[in-house]
Design a protein around this ligand. Structure first.
Ligand SMILES: [Fe+2]
Ligand SMILES: [Fe+2]
Length: 180
């Protein structure tokens, strides 16, 4: 989970840092598409957590309600993600304005990043109930399978194949993002 959260943080950093640096129409087109992939990816992550991982964790003895705080946090930044999604889908490359995109990112990024750190703390805290981590690990692997099974519903492989993500975030954003 920490690795995937790290890729989201790196992704939003790349979006923020590159937003005013893209100049040509071709770069703007690619950049808008990268932003679309990032939003799809993180939305898919949170939907999968709420649909699969958190309910299964909460069925374990003593864990009822422990993930509620994370679900509440998802709600705090999803309106901002939806605004970003709308902007990067509906804006034509020739109309793209990096300042507008930055303003949208600034409206939710702090809450998002706080959540991405906080959820890891919640998971670490589950050790009290599952000292060797075996039960949580089993359920996490079920989540991974579910995410991969649904990967055909999104248009990228990057956030699912971690090696590709690490390449993607370390290089130019549009070079390694792959459409399937
Ligand atoms: Fe997560
Ligand atoms: Fe989450």
């Amino acid at each position: 989970m920490a690795v995937s959260h790290n890729t989201y943080i790196r992704g939003i950093n790349a979006i923020y840092r590159q937003s005013e640096g893209v100049k040509t129409l071709e770069d703007k087109k690619n950049f808008l598409q990268y932003c679309q992939f990032w939003v799809e990816s993180i939305t898919h992550h949170h939907d999968s957590e709420e649909e699969h991982f958190f309910p299964s964790l909460e069925k374990l003895p003593g864990m009822e309600g422990l993930m509620n705080i994370n679900i509440e946090q998802h709600k705090t930044f999803h309106p901002g993600l939806e605004r970003l999604d709308k902007y990067v889908r509906e804006t034509r490359p020739e109309d793209f304005d990096g300042k507008v995109l930055k303003e949208i990112v600034n409206s939710f990024a702090d809450k998002l990043v706080a959540h991405l750190h906080g959820e890891i703390e919640t998971l670490i805290g589950l050790q009290k109930h599952d000292p060797d981590g075996e039960e949580v690990k089993k359920l996490y692997l079920v989540l991974e399978k579910a995410i991969i099974a649904k990967s055909g519903l999104v248009r990228y492989t990057a956030e699912i194949c971690r090696e590709k993500v690490l390449l993607a975030v370390n290089e130019y954003f549009f070079v390694h993002t792959r459409i399937i």
